[in-house]
Ligand binder design. Sequence first.
Ligand code: AMP
Length: 174
Amino acid sequence: MNREEIKKIIRNVPDFPNEGIMFKDLTTVFVRHDCLEWLDNELYEYYKDKGITKIIGIESRGFIMAPALALRLGAGFVPIRKKGKLPAKCREITYTKEYGKDTIQIHEDALNKDDVVLVHDDLLATGGTMAAAVKLVKQFGVKKIYANFIAELDFLKGREKFDEDIEVHSLIHY
Ligand code: AMP
């Protein structure tokens, strides 16, 4: 398995969820053990020496690889979810999307200032979601924040939404 093969296996679904969007469907990768193993190894090799203590998955496609990687790295897993889903006291942030606004939340006792945090999502498009997640994590005063994606749509320039202190890495580029 390699990058180019994974790219071929990712399914393109035109006009989902809205007309004009070419949706990158990663379920065709997740369904195959050889692909999962490749993803897990690539992520592990890239992040193994960075001292990561917590991996955050962004609801919901970020929940697929984040816990697997947390196990490999000896780190904890923390969910960031849409407002109203987490049961205990939360910090939250509201951000503007293409159509309207969205609010995401994290438990207020999930992180502390000694944490080195990797925030993971499946795909970087405009970067609005991850930029909001990173802002939320910054409120905890953690030591360092990494942002990771399986795939990145380079032409949308989502990467430009992040300050220089955030290290952004994607396995596959379009
Ligand atoms: P954004 O905030 O624009 O970077 O959007 C990121 C979120 O929307 C990610 O959680 C992705 O799962 C999803 N997303 C946006 N555009 C696409 C796309 N073309 N294909 C697959 N997922 C997408």
